[in-house]
Design a protein around this ligand. Sequence first.
Ligand code: URP
Ligand code: ZN
Ligand code: ZN
Ligand code: ZN
Length: 472
Amino acid sequence: MGKKIIKNGTIVTASDTYQADVLIEDEIIAMIGKNIAIDGAEVVDASGLYVFPGGIDPHTHLEMPFGGTVSKDDFETGTMAAAFGGTTTVIDFCITRKGETLRNPIAEWHAKSKDKAVIDYSFHLMIGEMNEDVMSELPSILSDEGITSFKVFMAYKNVFQADDGTLFQTLKTAKDLGALVMVHAENGDVIDHLVNEALALGYTDPIYHALTRPPEAEGEATERAATLTGLAESQLYVVHVSCEDAMLKIKAAREKGYDVWGETCPQYLVLDQTDLEKPNFEGAKYVWSPPLREKWNQEKLWNALKNGYLQTIGSDQCSFDFVGQKDLGKGDFTKIPNGGPMIEDRFSILFSEGVKKGRITLNQFVDITSTRSAKLFGLYPKKGTISVGADADIVLFDPNVERTISAETHHMAVDYNAFEGMKVTGEPITVLSRGEYVIKEKQFVGTLGAGNYIKRARYGKTLQNDSDIVTV
Ligand code: URP
Ligand code: ZN
Ligand code: ZN
Ligand code: ZN
């Protein structure tokens, strides 16, 4: 691969903003400095653009069997859309089945991603139950697969839901092995009760999805998971925090000194519960879990990102067509597949609504969309920053261009966009994955299968590139 020099851009990391050139060689950042000149190197002009580390989306469900169907965007369309949106690494959830070796679903996830992904990717592993077999398999999964994060669902009764014993044992095992435990924190038993009551009363519209999953069910589960984490002296990452109630439980746990982290998603920052009331079953487009909340929660979540009570943003990409998939739940909201198409707009929405509106700083934006996830999930400093020796995963971002989000122009496979009509400022122009163009001047120029599977470091450890750094 030839050398590239990115010139005239403004480099932004989680800590610094400065003007310099970036030399890329052999997939990595070989040098950062003023006026770099190398014979034969391709010069990429980044005048007026930010040079961001590629986004890391720590929460995706590509081609996931769920709700009687399979999420529409797979590793091909999903990673292409991610790249258009400024994301260069996704960590997808490998869904396991109780009573079966963990190796089978991991092999399935490799099979469905290997020849499709256009950007780098990694897997989290769902733990549905903890028993002797699972315990004995896990050490080799960390060492062979580099999977260093486990996911426990506290909701979706009779589907994915695990009991507290499994959660506690997972926390203890993760502590011993050096893994981070992730939880979907909602009280699945309480939700099941509320859902049955609603159905018995004949309440079937999409809005009842939200009304039967109240903030208290999320807050309670979040507090329980945090408490068990403290007891196990382990580490916890709460995915898709949707409301103030849950956010405050994370804040309180952190103030006690517990190693607890929180992620929110763009949908909770800009959409609200009234979207589920849209007529003609359109509310189904906004059915995911936890549900959208009353609007006042949005500013609480923004403040939490600003003040560090929540630290990351994931997309929770899990897309289903409105026609042919969401409509499985016409006449019964419990049959609407849960999830939405978010992978493409995560980065832009955080920039536009966050940085441009003064809610977070430019450096916080990089931390929240990339660096913090790299650190928590064992990818740093190979990924998540612009520094010598890091992978050249780079986004050249125009902070001033204005556009309207629409399914007409998005690159996801689904037939609607949850942010339809929303005006955003700022857009990725060119996106590099390990030094190769994936998006060039807003056009896809990547290659299916060019994305590498990334084995991650254990919790709290760094991941280094072993290739030699070029010194010129
Ligand atoms: O509704 C959602 N969020 N679907 C994806 C699975 C999950 O709970 O994250
Ligand atoms: Zn979830
Ligand atoms: Zn009741
Ligand atoms: Zn999810």
